[in-house]
Design a protein around this ligand. Structure first.
Ligand code: F6R
Length: 243
């Protein structure tokens, strides 16, 4: 894995946004895999700023998001659809029909998962996948123990993930227990991968993912086998890692 060290969150965001911009400029009709969560917010802010300055054009870009809660309407403020609209899609000239997020309200989960895989394939695969990392090493909602061969699937969220995301919901009952996620295989098929990490609370899991044994117990550890994966992380997240 390549490592780009950033001073702090803003620097991490700028450095990762730079790699994404380069991808869009080199191949305007590219396919981006996108993540939600707190870590990529600054990246989307930076991309939006460069778009406003006239330096970036999203008109031919296609996107596939990693995941979505099951049972949340698109209009729910905690849906990942809402998040993407708020942080990127409504702010740049991306074509709505070229943005893809798993449908949290799908009637037939099996069909919805297959259809998502098919859509990624029809788009020609993902050129650049942006990832965050969970405290338990999850990427997307691929929780510890999930087979690395998995493609898009429906998951039961683990207690650790439920706790981490609990702060975003007004009550325990409101919080979805299941989610759709791209599988590790979808992620590994991306041509380039960027793994973002910020803050001391990510230091231990980031080190384990980068240097620990490759095991489904730490889903992100598989990224060591990808031939174009770059960690873009700030000093705190890299504080336990020695180059
Ligand atoms: C979000 C996603 C998750 C997050 C991870 C880290 O689409 O797939 O794997 O990247 O939970 O979340 P934050 O960035 O909030 O720490």
């Amino acid at each position: 894995m390549k490592v780009i060290q950033a001073a702090d969150y803003d620097d991490m965001s700028r450095k990762a946004a730079n790699l994404i911009s380069a991808q869009i400029i080199m191949k305007p009709r590219c396919v981006l895999g996108l993540a939600t969560g707190s870590t990529p917010v600054g990246v989307y802010r930076q991309l939006t700023e460069w778009y406003r300055k006239g330096d970036l054009d999203f008109s031919e870009v296609t996107t596939f998001n990693l995941d979505e809660y099951r049972g949340l309407e698109r209009s729910h403020p905690q849906s990942y659809y809402y998040f993407m609209k708020e942080h990127l899609f409504s702010k740049v000239n991306i074509v709505a029909g070229r943005t893809n997020i798993p449908d949290g309200m799908a009637q037939n989960p099996e069909f919805a998962c297959k259809d998502y895989n098919d859509r990624i394939e029809r788009a020609g695969g993902i050129d650049l996948q942006l990832l965050g990392i969970g405290h338990n090493g999850h990427i997307g909602f691929n929780e510890p123990g999930t087979a690395f061969e998995a493609m898009t699937h429906l998951v039961e969220l683990t207690e650790s993930t439920l706790q981490a995301n609990r702060r975003f919901f007004s009550s325990e009952e409101e919080m979805p227990r299941q989610a759709y996620t791209m599988g590790i295989k979808n992620i590994m098929l991306a041509k380039k991968i960027i793994i973002l990490a910020s803050g001391r609370d990510k230091a231990a899991i980031l080190k384990e993912a980068m240097e620990g044994s490759i095991s489904p117990k730490v889903q992100a550890s598989i990224l060591q086998l990808h031939n174009d994966a770059t960690v873009v992380a700030d000093r705190e997240a890299l504080s336990l890692w020695k180059p």
